[in-house]
Write a protein that binds this ligand. Sequence first.
Ligand SMILES: CC(C)(COP(=O)(O)OP(=O)(O)OC[C@H]1O[C@@H](n2cnc3c(N)ncnc32)[C@H](O)[C@@H]1OP(=O)(O)O)[C@@H](O)C(=O)NCCC(=O)NCCS
Length: 219
Amino acid sequence: MIDEILPAVVMSAESFGDEPDAWLFPEERTALGEVGEPRRREYTTVRHCARRALGGLGLAPAPLVAGPRGAPRWPEGVVGSMTHCAGYRAAATAHRSDVHTLGIDAEPHAPLPDGVLEYIALPREASEVTRLARHTPAVHWDRLLFCAKEAVYKAWFPATQSWLGFDGAAISLAPDGTLLARVLSPAPSQHVAAPREFAGRWLVRDGLVLACVVSPTLD
Ligand SMILES: CC(C)(COP(=O)(O)OP(=O)(O)OC[C@H]1O[C@@H](n2cnc3c(N)ncnc32)[C@H](O)[C@@H]1OP(=O)(O)O)[C@@H](O)C(=O)NCCC(=O)NCCS
């Protein structure tokens, strides 16, 4: 399903449950530490997906442990992103020679809890969500906006090693399944090549909302 919204150079894999044959490298087990069973399962299954996606790039399975602020460290020359929510896990990877950075996010397709839209949306985004909801009420546009913002952060952080708040990017959602994110926060000085825009796509299906954003290679 997520492959439908990713460019062809991005390899992906997904799972709608936990996979009994999924396994972890010893360093991943150590990095995970003592956690509850639901966290162990999502962590293991999403890495199983990531290894399938890496296989699509012709790469061998590799340990994927978190670096600074939770961003996974991908093998040399690879960019990628992982997501998990109830009933869904997915990973997407690409060669850095094809894609500068990418982010994916999945959420249950349900309205955001009260008060969250006001917290995450710029005033213009909030009025756009209201307008889109009037036009296409079958989509929970507030949740989609949140999902798109999380995907943007997952692409932004690995490229810049810096925080981006919910007011740090302006998202335009289009009913045709595309989206555009414009970064408003200044680029961190040591990263003059930080992306200023992300093109993305979104999909609502089977009780889930998925979003991806990609920044093309800067070469
Ligand atoms: C990090 C964050 C985006 C994760 O999103 P989430 O919906 O809670 O969780 P998901 O299950 O979809 O994704 C979790 C995965 O994201 C990845 N991730 C975590 N931190 C990350 C980071 N700093 N950069 C990139 N990827 C990250 C990890 O692979 C993680 O899974 P793992 O712990 O099993 O490796 C979210 O918790 C967060 O901090 N958001 C605030 C920042 C933000 O969204 N800004 C908006 C900018 S417009």
